[in-house]
Write a protein that binds this ligand. Sequence first.
Ligand code: ATP
Ligand code: MG
Length: 747
Amino acid sequence: MEDEFLRDLNATQLKAVTHAADASLQILAGPGSGKTRVLTSRIAHLILNCHLPPMSICAVTFTNKVANETKERLMKLIGKEKTAQLKMGTFHSLCARFLRKYPKQANVPDNFTVCDAAESKKIIGKLLKAHEGVLKERGLSLEPAGCASIISKAKSRGQSAKDCLTEAKAASGYRDPTTPPNLEVIVGLVYVGYEAELKRNNALDFDDLLIYGVKLFAGHKETVLWCRHILVDEFQDTNVTQYELMRAIGVSRCVTVVGDPDQSIYGWRSADVKNLEKMRRDFPNTSQFFLEESYRSTGAILRASHSIVSQDSKRIDKALFTSHPDGITPVLYQVHTEQEESAFIALEIKRLVAGMGGAFCWGDFAILLRYNALSRNLESALQKERIPCRVLGGHRYFERLEVKDLLAYLQLIDNPMYEPSFTRVINVPGRGIGEKTLNDILGRAGKTGKPFLELLEGIHDMKLPDHKPSIRKKIAPFVKVIRVMRTHASEGMGPSDLIRKLVDLLEYKEHLKKTQQDWETRWENVNELITFAKEVEEQLQMDKEHASLGLSPDDTNIDEDVSPLRQFLQVSMLTSEGDGQSEADNKDKVTISTCHSAKGLEWPVVIIPSVDSTTYPFIRSEDEDEERRLLYVACTRAKSLLYLTRSSSRMVAGDVKQKQLSKFIAATLEKSHKESSGPLFIQHLPHLEGEDRAIICKVLERTVPECATIEAAVEDFYKLGRTVPSNIVWRPAGAHLLAPVPSFPTP
Ligand code: ATP
Ligand code: MG
């Protein structure tokens, strides 16, 4: 078995995989060069050939999806049992699991709830309201998302709320109440309020998971003594806290990291490429390996992608070649309207699935977006053509009303102190509990530190007698549901049965029917949630069985004492990259994903819409180089075919805005015109105008300077039976456009 997985590797990959188990290692290489494969094979090698116990290996991936794919591959290499014993996941999920195991050492509440990004933003939004007046008066603007991001950055830097506020006050000479607070002071005040709110709710946000994780591992060495080797994928995107985590877990000083500086796309979340240098200083026995062969993409896709990323003059160029055929030149398709663009994408996918002799199925396609809101038009175009699709990342599934309602109930059952869940479901289904009663309960909870449920029970059981019988009546069904559910949960009922029970008790289907027009789809989502819970349950059970095999009693089965409900909630809160639907269901669907969530993944066909001047670089981003790298990451997800599309106008907040071609692509076109190595993109230009026209003119000028219009020039070319430069495909008005896909290579 050992030989088999080592035989699949090239010489450098093999060297990296079999590098001494007690040494550290950096593998730096371009997309598709097999970094993740090397990481996976190295885990297998450490276990099978170096005989490290699987539970002594910690593997960190950037997304849960890549974690699952790596697990699947490892199961084939080392078997299910050993795979289940590995400590594997994202930094966040690993921390969450260890914090649950060692709450006392970590100084966190033992039934903490993970507060996801959306909830964080809501809490911050509420706190900001108190400063609305001052902001308005001073002509300042501070959005919840922006404020959340500043707070998150401060947290990642290790700056406490108190310090942040003290600093801001000192810097601005703020004196309450004589001087009004400036922006920094307001952020400081909100930060202080936010931390208090989390504490009151027994909640940790995503940043806390990492921060408390570092404190736990660095301050209590006994919690990491199990670790003999830690491996980190996508290392270029680790931030300072994650780096500290790696250092703290990697007590044995044996660390393998893989990464690609060209793919660093999380600077906006404080990721720092400098961690690569830092690691070489902190781990002096670190060797470096460079992989140069790409196994993913065709030559044409690699060349076009490289010409994008290499526009960054500060970048150190890396060699990357492929033995795959050159394949089809990537297509650049430009039209007038978003509708035309979406329709093209849908029809092109349909055409390829129907017409290529069964070579493609829906699951082979990914549409990668700069941000989620771009999917609106697309989803309806795909729907119109009856193309099945799923949305990866962007929390879409867990953001649905019905899913949020039921998860909020489960959270409240698990942690009766969690206010966001309480306020969400107290009137679901409608119970007529008014704002006054609600504020009264919230106020009391705040003052006494008592859980909401206890207060409600107090009112219900008349221990808090100052409420009218009518209010007690309204509260009664809620109290009953939570009481019954808490009993079931404490008796160990699994999450899927808990959801079924909850749905029955709430008569949730009836509630949906009454309140939602599209109740049938929503009801399907409820069933989907039950299926998801069942899957998580089975997975947890299997992991538990396998992990317990052959372990010494004090070995770390990190989830052993955590209730199934809590584990399920944890998986749901941290599943930002999956969409909660079962993977089997997703195999034959077109994937819609953000470029960020597509990291590390690959598809035979990748389509990148909206390659325009406000999207790449994204108009709100401050780091143009990072935006370019993001487009590079997106392009290099493609194995065989790559399409870039854009429309010259787009509806923004109800107004039609004109857009130019993305300057990253324009520069690439310029380059391919200048160089004789052949076109980097085939252009489909049903309409020619503006900048594009200028670029095309440059190409044609050399050959037909006398023609008045480009269209006329191209038409003349055709009439004369001459060949139009191969990087321009001109569509005579009304003709259906077909991308040239006669026979394509399958890498
Ligand atoms: P990214 O930077 O995008 O994360 P990567 O460097 O991690 O890419 P992998 O995902 O590990 O690349 O590999 C890309 C593809 O190439 C995968 O399908 C993988 O199975 C395949 N591959 C890697 N190495 C080899 C090899 N030696 N022989 C054949 N296929 C390989
Ligand atoms: Mg990878």
